[in-house]
Design a protein around this ligand. Structure first.
Ligand code: KG4
Ligand code: ZN
Length: 350
């Protein structure tokens, strides 16, 4: 089954065609991230306008392999079996652009539509075939523990099959990505976010100077599978204020310790969940799963027969490939008249 999927939940506009949930036939992503830079965070109004500007060019690009004589309607009618779209959670103005576009496409083509939950969909990036995964064990055995760690979410799920998901815990305040993003802004990396922290931290780890300080690892020993990252932000701020003109080494030492603190907690909680539920696999996904230190720590600390699955970086950050994959494995077809944007869509499923 070929699914054309559309993703417009925040500041990325994305479209992809995926076959049987695993084979990527095309993928296109546009981002308005650069335009939000000077405001220090995503501006919903700008994001929505950019969604509107990019949606058709992005879909057009995703349809290139299927289009002849510039006939896009025929391409959809002939090559696409269903249309999937992110309906939430996300920014209402952004979500509406994707949802209303898919409704119009379904209205004209008669294809069925599949609503998709963005946060749950992230983990299906692990089911997609990619060159980086080919040499590794591809099969995901169940039960699996799935950590979705993005700019807005830090959630743990138990996956009993491709279809059966149970929410185990999540952040009580800030998401891990938010902690990366806020620290990046505080120490002068603007909206460079987790990538900027990762780069600065790697400079420090190759020249570890005498300067060290220790941040808390919030809730690391707590029995629950919840997370909390807002206290970390306060601890960073308190430490940061001690420096009037921090040197490059101090800045990278900060980045290093922040990355250590966040990744230590993520790894410890996920491994605890894996032990509790006797997991055969661990799946990572979401923008923060792109973090090299996080990937390395999971590989180092994994014991027993648990297999580790991490999508390539391009499938960790927002795109429409995993939207199509989710739709294939877990989606339910509904008439286009029933599609609606749900900015507060629940992610805690049992
Ligand atoms: O999944 P995503 O693209 O968007 C959301 O659904 O939120 O995640 C974006 C988040 C941002 O907080 C960004 O700073 C973080 O992922 N991120 C990283 C890295 N790449 C992206 N965090 C740490 N290390 C990275 N390499
Ligand atoms: Zn996302």
């Amino acid at each position: 089954m070929r699914i054309l999927a559309i993703e417009t939940s925040c500041d990325e506009t994305a479209a992809a065609v995926v076959e049987d949930g695993v084979n990527i036939l095309s993928s296109s992503v546009a981002s308005s991230a650069q335009m939000h830079k000077k405001y220090g965070g995503v501006v919903p109004e700008i994001a929505a306008r950019e969604q509107l500007r990019c949606i058709l060019p992005v879909i057009k690009e995703a349809l290139i392999p299927f289009v002849t004589h510039d006939d896009h309607r025929k391409a959809i009618e002939t090559h696409i079996d269903a249309l999937a779209v992110t309906v939430g959670p996300g920014l209402v103005g952004s979500l509406l652009i994707g949802v209303e576009t898919v409704k119009a496409f379904a209205f004209v083509s008669g294809k069925p539509t599949i609503p998709v939950n963005h946060v749950l969909a992230h983990m299906y990036a692990n089911f997609v075939r990619s060159e980086q995964k080919l040499d590794k064990q591809h099969t995901i055995n169940f039960p699996a523990i799935s950590l979705v760690v993005s700019g807005g979410h830090t959630e743990l799920y138990l996956m009993e099959s491709e279809k059966k998901l149970k929410w185990l815990g999540g952040t009580l305040d800030d998401a891990a990505g938010e902690a990366f993003d806020k620290t990046a802004r505080l120490i002068g990396f603007g909206t460079g976010g987790g990538v900027a922290i990762q780069n600065a931290a790697s400079e420090y780890s190759t020249h570890p100077e005498a300067y060290t300080f220790k941040l808390p690892r919030p809730m690391i020993h707590d029995d629950s599978l919840n997370f909390s990252f807002s206290g970390l932000k306060t601890a960073i701020l308190r430490e940061w204020r001690k420096y009037v003109a921090p040197s490059k080494t101090i800045i990278s030492a900060f980045a290093f310790e922040v990355q250590e603190a966040i990744t230590d907690v993520l790894v410890a909680k996920t491994l605890r969940a894996a032990a509790t539920y006797n997991a055969a696999s661990i799946l990572l996904s979401g923008g923060v799963a792109a973090n090299l230190r996080l990937r390395e720590k999971f590989k180092d600390r994994l014991t027993g027969n648990v297999s580790l699955h991490i999508p390539p970086v391009s499938l960790c950050t927002d795109n429409a490939v995993y939207i199509a994959s989710y739709a294939f494995f877990r989606g339910k077809k509904i008439p286009w008249q029933k599609l609606e944007a749900q900015p507060d869509l629940d992610i805690e499923i049992y």
